[in-house]
Design a protein around this ligand. Structure first.
Ligand code: LRH
Ligand code: MN
Length: 432
């Protein structure tokens, strides 16, 4: 097999040749269609080309469940190799210039070298993620019964110190946000005092908040359940919003799509957080049942479109304090993580493009007239329009691939990694 570097501009350009004519024809045809709706296709393509989503460092390795993990070939063995895979995703899609790290999974004793390695790959860093949901080897105090909300102040102090460490590491890397998700909660009624647990959270989070540099944000990530199976301290957007409003103007709410009961109206939650000026960002993924961490847009693409519809409405309304950080948070148990992350980033761009082509004036008129059917039809027309030519053209405009997955596979990158990265046989359970 002849290997090629999928990050190489010439390799990508030569791979695009075979698709260029078809793309040009499809793009022109879609342009004519959109023109009839009074929409200039190039405006949409420019906006889509400007869309960015961060890659979760923990997403480029094979994920697993508590029942097992089936390591893939050529897995990255450390954060430096993870960044090399993230660079492949960014070069082929043009949409993922930053990486969101997780400590201590990505701990290194030289964050300056890591920043330089990333810069050499054309990458930067988005929000840092702390981890007080696992005990590390040699850790003095256990998080078995909680971390920031543990009844023992010494355990809370240990968890606070870890979060402050994450801020310090992030400051070296050029990150400007800390995402705090804790699994703290109870498995049985009676196990914890629901009110006092929240007060302990606010006290611990306030100490972390004080350590934030002036230009940083703190993202509070709510989750309905798991690992706690009866009550989770930050269980829903209400708890998250109350905490953010209590902590201060640098605290925001992060919406992980998988952290809600199956039929919760997530776009409504997004609309409310935009109104409260506390929408910090997203962990995009998809799910059918629980926090399945499946590829974004793979199960509920219409729901994803409706979330982006709220984001576009806010953008058009110039909503105050509106600057959501987009991140993927997925677990790739049975696919090549690079392929899943590329297609997921593109599915976010698809939802964004579909929301951008909604005929807002017509929609407003139908809404004002309570023409229910035409309102619903006008919104849905955005979703039912195949915007693939716009997405491909946006990639080409960023030096990316018209067909990223085929171009990636043809490079033999994974096979080459299988040779250069002898796999570490850890078949245990767990998401990483
Ligand atoms: C919790 C979560 C959180 C991460 C973890 C990897 O379910 O979504 O964002 O820390 O996954
Ligand atoms: Mn998440």
């Amino acid at each position: 097999m002849v290997y090629a570097d999928p990050r190489d501009a010439n390799y990508i350009a030569s791979a695009n040749k075979a698709h260029a004519a078809a793309l040009a024809a499809d793009y022109t045809a879609l342009g004519v269609q959109l023109q009839r709706r009074g929409i200039a296709i190039d405006d949409i393509t420019r906006a889509v080309a400007g869309f960015r989503v961060a890659i979760p460092s923990w997403g480029v390795g094979t994920g697993g469940t508590r029942f097992g993990r089936f390591p893939g070939k050529g897995e990255p063995r450390n954060v430096f190799e993870k960044l090399e895979d993230c660079a492949v995703i960014h070069r082929l899609t043009g949409a993922t210039p930053t990486v969101s790290l997780h400590l201590p999974w990505d701990r290194t004793d030289d964050f300056v070298a890591l920043r330089e390695h990333a810069a050499g790959l054309g990458l930067g860093f988005d929000a840092m993620n702390s981890n007080t949901f696992q005990d590390q080897p040699g850790q003095p105090l256990s998080y078995k019964f909680g971390s920031l909300t543990h009844t023992d102040p010494a355990v809370r102090a240990q968890a606070v110190a870890h979060n402050i460490d994450c801020i310090k590491a992030g400051a070296i890397l050029g990150s400007r946000a800390l995402t705090v998700w804790i699994g703290d909660g109870a498995n049985f009624p009676g196990q914890s005092h629901l009110g006092k647990a929240f007060e302990r959270y606010l006290e611990s989070a306030a100490t972390i908040y004080k350590a934030l540099p002036a230009d940083w944000r703190m993202f509070i990530e709510h989750k309905m359940y798991e690992p706690a199976f009866y009550a989770t301290v930050i269980q829903d957007w209400g708890s998250s919003l109350m905490a953010a409003q209590t902590l201060g103007p640098k605290a925001f709410c992060l919406v992980d799509l998988g952290h809600h009961a199956p039929n919760v109206n997530i776009e409504m939650i997004v609309a409310r957080l935009i109104h409260a000026q506390r929408l910090g960002g997203f962990h995009f993924n998809d799910s059918k049942y629980g926090d399945d961490d499946l590829d974004a847009g793979s199960i509920e693409p219409f729901r994803l479109f409706l979330v982006f519809n709220e984001l576009v409405e806010a953008e058009l309304a110039k909503a105050p304090n509106f600057n959501p950080a987009h991140m993927l948070d997925q677990s790739h148990n049975v696919t090549d993580p690079i392929e899943s992350l590329m297609t997921s980033a593109i599915e976010l761009q698809r939802a964004y493009a579909q929301a951008l082509i909604v005929e807002r004036t017509r929609l407003a008129e139908f809404r004002a007239a309570n023409d229910v059917l035409m309102s619903a039809q006008t919104l849905k027309r955005g979703f039912t329009t195949d915007v693939s030519p716009i997405l491909a053209q946006a990639r080409v405009s960023k030096g990316g691939a018209i067909d990223p997955v085929t171009t990636y596979r043809a490079s033999g990158y994974r096979e080459r990694c299988a040779q250069s990265r002898p796999s570490k046989q850890s078949l245990g359970g767990g998401i990483v």
